[in-house]
Design a protein around this ligand. Structure first.
Ligand code: PXG
Length: 455
């Protein structure tokens, strides 16, 4: 491939000249230049300068089976030769899309027996809103339109994803659409640390009830939440939270939508975050780990009461995407799920997470660290101004960014969300990868501590 001959500098120049990256400050990127990742194997990335980086983020929370899986490439190659594309509109289908729908019905919790496919998490959440509103129309309750979500929620970047999400900086740039409300997240360290975890879990869940009463249950369509809020900073809810949320949704006849885009496919130690927290969702959203990021694919799984209504009472549902059920993406997904099963990756990662947690408890003793919170293979190291007083930094995000930059310098990819250092490693991480992660992180924390003590 001709482009492989360019130097890093050449790529950086072209990149700056022609490429607008997602979620990027363009001027500052132009000054620094992109880090150009050229290849990857297992849990390590290689850059165009031949630097090795340990990827403790699974790409962007998605490469669950790790890099370099030749059989995923082979399946895509074979499917492209056999049938590279056909759609699922107009009463057609392809074998991979049918097989994947069946497989997902088997794996997913509750009575989620029907799949609707799309290509990104944002699109899948758009489908959620379209389908839930259609459902309530068919039920004769057309006013039930509002979605309740949480501050710091991330549900995508389209108009619907942005509106469902609770990121105020995105709302400020995107004209939040009407019909989307946001309540307090179950973020104990920031909002609840004067209460016990369990009391705060109930307190935060009750905010949903307060919002329902404010809007009127007759106007509320659904509550949507990630089992653990990922991009919002890995907010791990107290155990009391989800049972109370479930109770509230049942009591007020509100659908419960669980966004499993990050938590699905093994991340929290079970197939879905809903299994980990014993949630009985009406709908779940899936993406990322569904193909381990090897090819774009997303979808929603729909429970029987919603699908019965849509199927039997709705006539045509005017919604779908060119690539809904794309045969190549579905074939890759099936192979990806097979790998997760055959290599027992969920059980294995849960075992390794015991060692990871031991090592992280050591990291927690660092003077810069307020708390480490984690569930199996997702977690956050919260950097704080005053460990004893549990005081966070006023200038949010500055210290997190400094630490993130030291991590990269030390050959480690972690993501900084505000001042939380996030880890979300591939499920193939073993104890020696954990050691590498913790050594590099410890060094970066020391450097960050020195850096801010001096300034
Ligand atoms: N739901 C959740 C829970 C997500 O984490 C989406 C929906 C949207 O998926 P798409 O495929 O449309 O991006 C996501 C995506 C970050 C970051 O900076 C997180 C995501 C995407 C991009 C960046 O942590 N999550």
């Amino acid at each position: 491939m001709a482009y492989l001959n360019r130097t890093t500098k050449q790529w950086q120049e072209i990149d700056t000249k022609h490429h607008l990256h997602p979620f990027t400050d363009y001027k500052s990127l132009a000054e620094e230049g992109s880090i150009i990742v050229t290849k990857a194997d297992g849990v390590h990335l290689t850059t165009s300068d031949d630097k090795q980086l340990l990827d403790a983020m699974s790409g962007l929370w998605c490469v669950n089976v790790g890099y370099g899986r030749k059989n995923l490439a082979e399946v895509a190659y074979k499917q492209m030769q056999e049938l590279p594309y056909y759609n699922s509109f107009f009463k057609t289908a392809t074998p991979p899309s049918i097989e994947l729908a069946r497989e997902l019905a088997e794996l997913s919790p509750n009575d989620l027996n029907h799949a609707f496919f799309s290509s990104s998490g944002s699109e899948a959440n758009d489908t959620v809103v379209r389908m839930v509103r259609r459902y309530w129309d068919l039920k004769g309750k057309p006013n039930k339109k509002t979605f309740i979500s949480r501050e710091f929620a991330y549900h995508g970047s389209t108009m619907t994803g942005m509106s469902l999400g609770g990121m105020t900086a995105m709302h400020a740039q995107g004209d939040l659409m009407p019909g989307f409300e946001h309540v307090l997240p179950p973020y104990w360290y920031k909002y609840g640390n004067e209460m016990s975890h369990e009391d705060f879990g109930i307190f935060a869940a009750n905010k949903i009830e307060e919002k329902i009463n404010e809007i009127g249950a007759d106007n509320v369509a659904a509550f949507i939440g990630e089992p653990i809020q990922g991009a919002g900073g890995v907010i791990i809810p107290p155990d009391s939270y989800w049972p109370r949320v479930q109770e509230i949704c049942n009591q007020y006849d509100i659908l419960l939508v669980v966004d499993e885009v990050i938590c699905g496919f093994g991340r929290t130690g079970n197939w879905f975050g809903s299994d980990t927290y014993n949630i009985k969702p009406d709908i779940i959203t899936m993406a990322k780990g569904i193909t381990s990021g090897y090819i774009p694919l997303s979808g929603i799984m729909i429970g029987d009461s919603v699908s019965d209504t849509i199927i039997n009472e709705g006539g045509e549902f005017y919604h779908g995407y060119t690539y809904s059920g794309h045969p190549v993406a579905c074939a890759v997904s099936l192979e990806n799920l097979k790998i997760i099963k055959e290599e027992n990756l969920i059980e294995q990662s849960r075992q390794v997470s015991i060692y990871l947690e031991q090592q992280m408890r050591e990291i927690e003793k660092h003077p810069l660290v307020g708390e480490v919170r984690m569930k199996s293979f997702i977690g956050a190291v919260e950097l704080v101004k005053d460990k004893e007083k549990m005081e966070m930094f006023e200038d949010t995000g500055v210290v997190g960014t400094i630490c993130r930059d030291y991590c990269i310098e030390n050959g480690l990819v972690m993501r900084a969300v505000r001042d939380g250092m996030i880890f979300c490693p591939p499920l193939i991480f073993n104890n020696s990868h954990v050691d590498e992660l913790c050594e590099k992180l410890k060094k970066s924390l020391d450097q960050t501590h020195n850096h801010i003590s001096k300034s």
